[in-house]
Design a protein around this ligand. Sequence first.
Ligand SMILES: *[C@@H]1O[C@H](CO)[C@@H](O)[C@H](O)[C@H]1NC(C)=O
Ligand SMILES: *[C@@H]1O[C@H](CO)[C@@H](O)[C@H](O)[C@H]1NC(C)=O
Ligand SMILES: *[C@@H]1O[C@H](CO)[C@@H](O)[C@H](O)[C@H]1NC(C)=O
Ligand SMILES: *[C@@H]1O[C@H](CO)[C@@H](O)[C@H](O)[C@H]1NC(C)=O
Ligand SMILES: *[C@@H]1O[C@H](CO)[C@@H](O)[C@H](O)[C@H]1NC(C)=O
Ligand SMILES: *[C@@H]1O[C@H](CO)[C@@H](O)[C@H](O)[C@H]1NC(C)=O
Length: 455
Amino acid sequence: MIFKMLQVAVAALAASGVASAAFSIDTTEDIKETAATIAWDLLQYYKGNQSGQTPGILPGPPPAGDYYWWEAGAMWGTLIDYWKLTGDDSYNGLITDAMLWQVGPFKNYMPPNVTASLGNDDQGFWGMTAMLAAENGFPDPPADQPQWLALAQAVFNTQAAPDRHDDSCNGGLRWQIPWANNGYNYKNSIANGCFFNLGARLARYTNNETYANWAVDTWDWMVKVGFMDKDYNIYDGGHVEHDCKDINKAQFSYNNGVFLQGAAYMYNYTNGSAIWKQRTQSLLDATLKTFFPKDIAYEVACEEHMSCTTDMLSFKGYMHRWLAVVTQIADFTAPQILRVLKTSTEAAVATCTGEANGRTCGFKWNTKAYDGSHGAGQQMNVLGAVSSLLIGQVKAPVTNTTGGTSKGDPNAGSQYDTFNDKKLPPTTGDKAGASILTLLVLGVALGTFGWMSAA
Ligand SMILES: *[C@@H]1O[C@H](CO)[C@@H](O)[C@H](O)[C@H]1NC(C)=O
Ligand SMILES: *[C@@H]1O[C@H](CO)[C@@H](O)[C@H](O)[C@H]1NC(C)=O
Ligand SMILES: *[C@@H]1O[C@H](CO)[C@@H](O)[C@H](O)[C@H]1NC(C)=O
Ligand SMILES: *[C@@H]1O[C@H](CO)[C@@H](O)[C@H](O)[C@H]1NC(C)=O
Ligand SMILES: *[C@@H]1O[C@H](CO)[C@@H](O)[C@H](O)[C@H]1NC(C)=O
Ligand SMILES: *[C@@H]1O[C@H](CO)[C@@H](O)[C@H](O)[C@H]1NC(C)=O
């Protein structure tokens, strides 16, 4: 009986079009309305503004909750783009409070609470969000608070410092920052990709060549060590005790996205150089081929069997947002990228029919149906994709000479308490922590992901 009534209700909903799709992205107004609802649903995962909770973070890090520290940094970036693209400033106060709470005692995004899982990539994601705030003209914090550009420079400076670079594998950043952490012996693409991306963007924003030189060196190292091959495939990383030759060949979309966007910034910074044009185009072709089969975002290393970790469930959104910016700063890419982003986003919103509210988004976009998985990553992915449809209506990222107002400090972050002074024991009780992809690395050790590293 109840079943029968439900059937009637479903039929009625279907007739009104509601059951098949909760959202429309047909017009600019539709896109804004859809993005606003998805942003609201995303923020239901955020508890940091409730009493007794820590501002700035999503519930975690595991086992205290699902989310590592970096993912909230990425979420604030998604919302800073949401503000720029849609004009909805409802969350700007929340975003600023969050970004400033997490800066840490040396104002370089190394808060002691997360030492046990602090990777260069984790710090890098917060740094890239600070950079984005400067580039998007996000409201500057009060003068007595750290400023967006200076925060991005602080992250960059700590990562460019000699103690983060050693001769193993002929250079490059390690994954983890503290020497006692699991994964300190791993050098990987995402850590170096965040550093490359930030360097390229700081070069364009400040027109200071030092940043660009680091970006060039990082790209060259990626190629030399074999993490980026001649066909522009980007692999996860390798261990220092094997001279980084034990390359884990798993490919993740955020690696391609972070390097592709950085390459486009270098193209723009160099006033359209042939070499960065070729690199941008080649990496774009490889990225679309690997991660957008049938023009729909697909997380190839884990999606088929849904073996994606919480981290991996958020990569599609960064890819969409970063690709959208590439069309503004390397405009020869626009026709190719915009067509794919539209098709992929249509598939993405088709998954948003889940859970009791009938509009929760899933992960398997190419099924165009809700797949039962839900979380901050899934919401953030679709929010990034939907709001990026408005990229043609907003101005390109600004620089210090084209409207940027954020105050910098070229020496920011240089006086920090190094974790790698071996005289300092790691924080008591720290169990060497997990961070981005730790599960994957452990998985490789246990052979679980052995199929991925087959050369
Ligand atoms: C936290 O932020 C959300 C989103 O803006 C808002 O709906 C909620 O009321 C806030 N909660 C508190 C306790 O301020
Ligand atoms: C560190 O953790 C403590 C205890 O949970 C919390 O009160 C504090 O706000 C946290 N600091 C940061 C920067 O997150
Ligand atoms: C940015 O521009 C301001 C003036 O518009 C100037 O004072 C400042 O030195 C510039 N900063 C950089 C890093 O070039
Ligand atoms: C690009 O052109 C601008 C304006 O002519 C110039 O100031 C800048 O130095 C150039 N950048 C590079 C990397 O050559
Ligand atoms: C660099 O980006 C700006 C947008 O900020 C754009 O106007 C300019 O044409 C770009 N330069 C090149 C060489 O594409
Ligand atoms: C350029 O950046 C480097 C590295 O942070 C810094 O040491 C130098 O002072 C900067 N130059 C200027 C003119 O700001």
